[in-house]
Design a binder for this molecule. Structure first.
Ligand SMILES: Cc1cc2nc3c(=O)[nH]c(=O)nc-3n(C[C@H](O)[C@H](O)[C@H](O)COP(=O)(O)OP(=O)(O)OC[C@H]3O[C@@H](n4cnc5c(N)ncnc54)[C@H](O)[C@@H]3O)c2cc1C
Length: 404
């Protein structure tokens, strides 16, 4: 039973918890990480082919600005980890390609030519093997989230880890938070607790009357197998494609002696079934057809050989919950990452240390990409608190380094 308290306890070792653990260890704070699983990145963050690219919304909204700033952080932190470099965001099949109007739109969105390049369908056919116009993001890419979680935990010097224990209760005593498991055993004492445990954050906050309105959205990715000599290989994209669905370029698997082509994914609201479903593979086949249109794809040659099923944790407004709970001193949340696990976890790994310890390092990085307190307040969990708590929903972000 721990007698001394640590500085920061993180509950959950998915991508949210792992990125935070690395950041706090970097800051030299005594940090602990607890997960119900046997190691990091075992649930939704076990996703081996997660992609990230800049947002392309209709307007340069607040959310767009935040996501674009977060994308800059992602590139700085993870581009040397890309498994596949570059993402092609394809336009709809019959969309017109008005280069002038499109480049003006990208400029308005803060996406300069160094970040996003317009590509005609002819060039896309030559470069990526796909006859559709779109935007090429050379600094975007894909990462194995599960492996990243493991590496981050390993690369966090001094990190205290506890595996296969579920935190079922947190309680404050003499200004220090205590975390207990279901048997009532004290797991850790900490000055600050960060709930990076997806849906589990709700269970720990309910006794305090705090509701985060989290719901599951099931997603299934299908991995289609193709024989080494299949002619279909030459029809498949040579890079990551994003749009209505997404796919990675096919990769040869020496063990299974076939090509693996990852295509996804389903978006099944209020569904938490974790086993693969044939109907979801069928849905992904249709997505595959859509991705390759107008080229006809003979889908009868494609057979699923593997799947990844995960639960996206989402809130009612589909934005992540990143920030403080002012009525619970020294408790922070980093959850509801939805479909943008890498983007939002990277952002959280700066926002939360900036809030909890006024980390100059974190504040500098956020300020560099225009991510100020007012903007980030829209991700704060306090946005759901009505009435009596509304007065607490003001930004509580520390002043930016410039202002200090
Ligand atoms: C089909 C699909 C496709 C996706 N594609 C992409 C993509 O292309 N790009 C992208 O960026 N994102 C993608 N995502 C989203 C991404 O996978 C998630 O947003 C991300 O993995 C969530 O990470 P997390 O750390 O919040 O949650 P999790 O990975 O679920 O981790 C939460 C951890 O908390 C632990 N835990 C929970 N409660 C407790 C407790 N009480 N005590 C101890 N431990 C606890 C759990 O054991 C778990 O390990 C996709 C998701 C799906 C389902």
């Amino acid at each position: 039973m721990p007698k001394e308290h640590i500085d920061v306890l993180i509950v959950g070792a998915g991508i949210a918890g792992a990125t935070l653990a690395r950041q706090y260890c970097r800051l030299g704070l005594a940090t602990g990480l607890i997960d119900a699983q046997a190691g990091p990145g075992r649930l939704t963050s076990a996703h081996a082919g997660a992609i990230t690219h800049p947002p392309v919304g209709r307007t340069a909204s607040k959310l767009h600005t935040i996501a674009l700033g977060a994308f800059h952080l992602v590139v700085e932190d993870w581009q040397d980890r890309w498994q596949e470099r570059g993402v092609f965001l394809q336009s709809k099949p019959n969309a017109s390609f008005d280069q002038v109007a499109l480049s003006e739109k990208l400029q308005r969105l803060g996406i300069g030519p160094e970040m996003g390049q317009l590509i005609s369908s002819r060039t896309a056919q030559d470069c990526f093997g796909i006859k559709r116009s779109g935007v090429w993001f050379p600094s975007a890419g894909s990462v194995n989230l599960g492996r990243l979680c493991e590496d981050l935990v390993q690369q966090s010097p001094g990190l205290r880890t506890i595996w296969e224990r579920t935190v079922t209760r947190i309680q404050k005593e003499n200004g220090i938070w205590l975390a207990f498991d279901q048997k009532g055993d004290l797991l850790e004492r900490a000055h600050t607790v960060i709930l990076a445990n997806a849906f589990g954050a709700q269970d720990l906050l309910s006794p305090f009357g705090t509701h985060l309105f989290l719901k599951p959205v099931r997603g299934q990715l299908s991995i289609f197998g193709l024989a080494k000599n299949s002619k279909l290989i030459h029809q498949l994209p040579k890079t990551i494609i994003s749009g209505e669905g997404y796919c990675l370029p096919p990769r040869y698997d020496t063990q299974q002696q076939c090509y693996r082509w990852l295509v996804g994914s389903t978006y099944d609201e209020q569904d938490d079934y974790l086993e693969p479903r044939a109907i979801s593979d069928h849905h992904n086949l249709q997505l595959a057809k859509g991705i390759l249109a107008p080229t006809e794809l003979k889908i009868d040659e494609l057979h699923p050989i593997d799947q990844f099923v995960g639960l996206r944790c989402v809130t009612k407004d589909r934005l992540p919950l990143i920030g403080a709970l002012p009525q619970l001193e020294n408790i922070y949340v980093a959850t509801a990452l939805g479909s943008r696990g890498l983007l939002w976890s990277t952002l959280a790994s700066y926002v939360i240390p900036a809030l909890s310890h006024s980390s100059a390092f974190a504040l500098d990085r956020l300020a560099r990409f225009g991510l100020g307190a007012d903007l980030l307040a829209s991700l704060s969990p306090t946005r759901f608190f009505a009435g009596a708590l509304a007065s607490n929903s003001k930004p509580i972000f520390p002043p930016s380094p410039k202002a200090r």
